[in-house]
Design a protein around this ligand. Structure first.
Ligand SMILES: [Zn+2]
Length: 282
């Protein structure tokens, strides 16, 4: 069985809020995290960019591991900080520089976050549109972050016909799911599905067509129920797949194979890359 973690963050030291205390613990080095994932049959990972300063580090990781891909983009919670430092032109230039790389398979994560930062709505909006323009120009799918902003997300995405992508860490209700599916988007399910109080999401899951479903850890955040309290990592994506297989009453193999297939359908550059290397067996 082959699993893909379609949304993870691998450089834990960048997330001091949840990774406080790991210091230089070799257990949480990027190499150790990737090795545990590969050992757990999580052969492919999409390492998500959140700011312009992580681009070089991500490039190095994706060059070293053929199964690790990356996105490039600025997270909405980084909007204020980036506009203090960069102009629109500079942000575009840096992102575009990275787009040509074979391992850069999407733009993200981008979107709106009104939970932590309602005050930067104007900058978030400018940044979101700028990055959607780049996605359109370079024909790359987008990875969407939406927190307490579903209406506004749909309103913006409606203006970008032809741009597809995934709503990451989908935790919304059926109505939002429907509108995203109508726009051609995939929905990605995280460890939230394993939590006792996620009744609404579990109900929505049954509504999402299997060929539009992705799975992700969003590591180091949101560790799934069986390992809750630990730092999350790509190796744990199996717990999420397992829960989905129980809820949908399908085999774990089916969850693994359909989410892998969907991943390659959406991120066509990943498919092109894997087709181009001999160790890929289908
Ligand atoms: Zn993320």
């Amino acid at each position: 069985m082959i699993f893909v973690d379609s949304h993870c963050h691998l450089m834990f030291s960048r997330f001091r809020n949840v990774c406080r205390g790991i210091g230089n613990d070799p257990k949480y080095s990027v190499d150790a995290i990737i090795k545990r994932a590969l050992d757990a049959d999580v052969k492919y990972m999409l390492a998500i960019g959140t700011e312009l300063t992580d681009i070089e580090e991500l490039r190095a990781v994706t060059t070293e591991y053929h199964g690790v891909f990356r996105t490039v983009g600025v997270h909405p919670l980084e909007a204020l900080a980036h506009y203090e430092r960069y102009s629109d032109g500079e942000i575009s230039g840096i992102i575009e520089n990275s787009c040509a790389d074979v391992k850069t398979i999407g733009i993200g994560e981008i979107g709106f976050d009104y939970h932590y930062e309602k005050g930067s709505q104007k900058q978030q909006d400018k940044l979101f549109n700028l990055q959607l323009d780049l996605a359109k120009k370079h024909n790359l799918p987008v990875v969407i972050h939406s927190r307490e902003a579903s209406e506004d997300i749909v309103d913006v995405l409606k203006n970008y016909a032809g741009v597809t992508g995934v709503i990451h860490c989908f935790s919304g209700e059926k109505y939002f799911a429907k509108r995203c599916l109508d726009l051609g988007f995939y929905l990605s399910i995280s460890g939230i599905i394993t939590y006792k109080n996620s009744i609404e999401l579990q109900d929505t899951l049954r509504y999402i067509p299997l060929d539009r479903l992705l799975i992700e850890t969003d590591s180091p955040f949101l560790a799934p129920a069986p390992v809750r309290g630990k730092l999350n990592e790509p190796a744990f994506v199996i717990h999420i797949a397992d829960k989905i297989s129980q809820l949908l009453q399908i085999s774990l193999e089916e969850v693994a194979s359909s989410s892998f297939k969907n991943f390659l359908n959406l991120f066509s550059k990943a498919k092109d890359f894997l087709d181009s290397i001999s160790c890929f067996s289908g």
